[in-house]
Design a protein around this ligand. Sequence first.
Ligand SMILES: Cc1ncc(COP(=O)(O)O)c(C=O)c1O
Length: 447
Amino acid sequence: MSVPIPEHGTDRGRLLGEVRAAASGDVDWHGGRTFSLVYHHSDEHQAFLEQVVGSFLSTNALNPLAFQSLRRFEAEVVAMTAWLLGGDDGAAGTMSSGGTESIILAVKAYRDRARRVGRLAGGATPNLVLPVTAHPAFLKACHLLDVEPRLIEVAPELGVDVTAAAERVDAATIAVVGSAPNYPYGVIDPIPELAALAQQHDVGCHVDACLGGFLLPWVERLGRDVPPWDFRVPGVTSISADLHKYGFTAKGASVIVYRDAALRRHQFQVETGWPGGVWLSPTIAGTRPGGAIAGAWATLHAFGVDGYLDLHRGLLETTDVLRKGIDDIDGLAVLGDPPAGVFAVGSSTDEVDAYAVADAMEARGWHPDRLLRPPALHVMVTPVHADGVADRFLADLADSVEEVRGRPELSTQGQAAMYGMVATLPEGEHEPAEEFLLGLIDGLYEV
Ligand SMILES: Cc1ncc(COP(=O)(O)O)c(C=O)c1O
């Protein structure tokens, strides 16, 4: 597709109106109708972030020596994150554009370290041992870096089976992975056991806390039971933690922290043979938007520990309302016992199809995310779900369950049909569905 750029410029004021009008057709995240993608604290914080990010819109952390402000902000954000994650003075890391980039960086560091220490001698293919529930960013990293992913099954309520993981670790394993918590069920993998396994084989243990890094530490401080998962666990060697999720900063801000700077070295790229100059690049991106870094620094300072505790106390209250309300609905159940406001809601009886419930919720103006295994709705609680939104959600959920109860024909209609089909695809028969999904992506770029 090829479309000409408009011949003449348009008045900026008019364009501002046009882009705002275009956004009015987007999902109503501000009204709490979505359960992912947006982590909005308040209009006041948003206005503050617009100013901070706007002030750094043109800056570029590609050269932190030119932007000393960004160098300081990034170093301080990494150090504060390391502190929150139980790291000591030896901890070292960088910021990145998001969870996916942090994960790719960690896998690169482990692969390159394995090469450097001769672990991949004889051209062995490096492998990464990870639960099937780990975020697909790990699979992307494996594709990009020629690492073989070794996937381990997971029971929703338990996290990864460490005995099964142990059977897959071998001489070419570069690291084992656990999530804190995983996206699908909000459950924390058994990190101490995984880390011990990693230590036993002298490989890395990466904990993906993209969701939990700025969530679980507050939940623990607020007195809830949180199984051990951070640098306080011996053998955990790196953690990814996203500030643009439960840290409530502007998008484009994640942190990758290593237990020590020696491991971080394997993440970096330096080139001394490029005609264009001496090249140093800490992360994947070349140009690095300064606004995301300044926004993250300003957000950590704006909240402080007490601000985050207040915010997460509120999220736990909303979570408790939702969990109790769901327990009271006959036909639905939260999967496992996740420690915070990330969880899945599956059906507890054959009479109720979870995907049909999701479609009925969609008809009531909600945008529920859906899990494939098992069929379930997915919830991530943020401040927009307080103030009566949770109660309306529960009332609509109860009505939706009654609407679909005992109507198996609904599972072959609407989105339920598509999800049901994908969820039950036998192994080896995924290709047509993948081809269809690739076509969907192509279609997104139609003008
Ligand atoms: C557990 C987990 N890890 C990694 C990611 C990837 O983060 P991003 O979308 O910022 O790349 C996500 C995103 O939701 C996640 O839930």
